[in-house]
Design a protein around this ligand. Sequence first.
Ligand SMILES: Nc1ncnc2c1ncn2[C@@H]1O[C@H](COP(=O)(O)OP(=O)(O)OP(=O)(O)O)[C@@H](O)[C@H]1O
Ligand SMILES: [Mg+2]
Length: 233
Amino acid sequence: MLSVRNLQSAYGASQVLFDVGLEIGEGEVVTLLGRNGMGKTTTVRSLMGLLSPKAGEISFDGRPLKGNTPEAIARCGIGLVPEGRQVFPTLTVRENLVATAANRLGRASPWTLERVYGLFPRLQERAGQSARTLSGGEQQMLAVGRALMTNPKLLILDEATEGLAPVIRAEIWRCLEALKAQGQSILLIDKNIAVLKRLADRHYIIEKGRTVWSGSSAELAAQAEMVHRYVGV
Ligand SMILES: Nc1ncnc2c1ncn2[C@@H]1O[C@H](COP(=O)(O)OP(=O)(O)OP(=O)(O)O)[C@@H](O)[C@H]1O
Ligand SMILES: [Mg+2]
């Protein structure tokens, strides 16, 4: 479904991605691992058209994405939960969820407010509250709910559990497990390797802007030393 080859990106004169490659198939849960500053968020920004790549190919459902605007890329069916909980602070929970809602791909059973509230009952309890007054964990749930309301074919989560209390984190994992069971394709960036080994099908490791390893969860589990070297856990 998503194929990235030899992706290169820079911020001005400073090149950050040198050779990133990854593939995500329909219904797969795939992770992008690597230490801080290795280029994970830059890869996501390049995919979403928020940063324009210097070189490489990105295709989604067989169509080239490179050169499209972020809006056009989102319309192709990619939903992003960006790093750092970017909800609309002055809108209510309900308004955040409906603001960008769409079913452009004509899904038979699209995400609705009711379904999102079913997944995250806390959001329903706080439907009329402005997003800036939510706790960090609730804002993260809202960011996930908002991405789901765009009915994406591919959901990308960049550090969705960063800085959350363990119980809230567990709630996000539970939600991702439910999404996976429903066949949702997901690209996950996170530092909780133990959970990722259980949840994801395949993994990619990036080091200084290059994909240096890819493999299944079983292969990752067998490579503790390599994981320690590249991911630092
Ligand atoms: N807007 C920017 N301008 C210049 N350099 C940047 C910018 N954003 C990121 N970088 C640099 O690009 C490199 C890769 O950053 P990136 O955010 O992609 O890393 P990351 O793998 O997501 O790290 P983390 O795990 O900390 O989120 C870092 O060296 C960072 O300092
Ligand atoms: Mg990052």
